[in-house]
Design a binder for this molecule. Sequence first.
Ligand code: NAD
Length: 331
Amino acid sequence: MKKVLLIGGAGFIGLNICKHLGEKGGYKITILDNFFRGKKDEVLTGLVDKYDIEVLTGDCTTPQAFDQLAKDYDNVYMLASVVGVEYTQKIPEELIRINTALIFNTLEWLKTASVGKVVFTSTSECYAGTIEQFGYTVPTPEEVPLCIDDIKHPRFTYAVTKMLGESGFIQYSKAYNFECTIVRYHNVYGPRMGFKHVIPQVVQRYLANENPFKLYGHDQTRSFNYIDDAVSGTVLAMETENTNGEIFHIGDDVAEITIGELVRYMGELMDFKGEYEPVEAHSGSVSRRCPDVSKARRVLSYSPKTDWKEGVKTTLEWYIDYLKSGKDVFE
Ligand SMILES: NC(=O)c1ccc[n+]([C@@H]2O[C@H](COP(=O)([O-])OP(=O)(O)OC[C@H]3O[C@@H](n4cnc5c(N)ncnc54)[C@H](O)[C@@H]3O)[C@@H](O)[C@H]2O)c1
């Protein structure tokens, strides 16, 4: 039995990792979360009933949250974070405080605990400025220098804390005898990802009969990475030998599409017959993003499998059912 801890494990990606490990078998899983975003819903309780999962509640911005943990874990997935562009705009100072404190407290706890390996979850936002300012290659490999466009822009508070995390986890792992691998996600999507992402927001706007339908950032590109593929890449990064100190881009390198294409496809699925109106993107939004995942393919045997149209259709149907059931919109 491998002992696995997921900090921030009740969230979108964390709970899907729990499901994946539960199905695989051979894991004793602990989730530590403050339920700021994660939900104690029927999905979580269903997994707890089915697999060996313990759920602990604690706010990792306080060191006491870690007192309830065991002293030893084979694997620790560090997923806790305040996530989402909206928070960077509304509460940038809080985002800095929370993300910095939970990274720092996790690192200090790791000094005293006996942990085999940690995966720290980072983001493509860490190099958003590099592409815009210096015209680096797209698809973008891991070696690209990390850079933000404008230190005064609140959007980049999130990327700044993730850069701190990447550096912090790598340096602490060298100093305090645990292994560490970084994964940088690129637009992960799927059912139950919350309502602060482009897909659920577009579903809500179609259901509200917006017409003409505004295509914000219509010509910008993204490579959406379906949740099952992102989970498989993350677990491979954790479990593949000889990946200590390595950074992997986890994303989908075959699915680069424009936001216009995505929204129009969703419109087709929802039988939208109205007009479209292209609109400028929100400021700070990167014009093109696509990861080079050849390193993950080569070293981890990572292979994203979900066709974007299939993944978007599954996600859209989940959101329509959820909204029509009258349940609350959640963060
Ligand atoms: N979803 C994506 O596309 C994406 C892209 C890039 C990076 N990431 C990173 O991957 C990780 C997981 O992302 P996600 O989409 O599952 O986000 P999420 O918001 O669904 O999950 C994060 C979890 O952290 C928990 N959390 C927040 N503050 C906490 C605190 N003080 N103490 C304890 N728990 C706390 C939340 O309650 C939530 O359950 C995050 O670190 C995120 O930055 C995600």
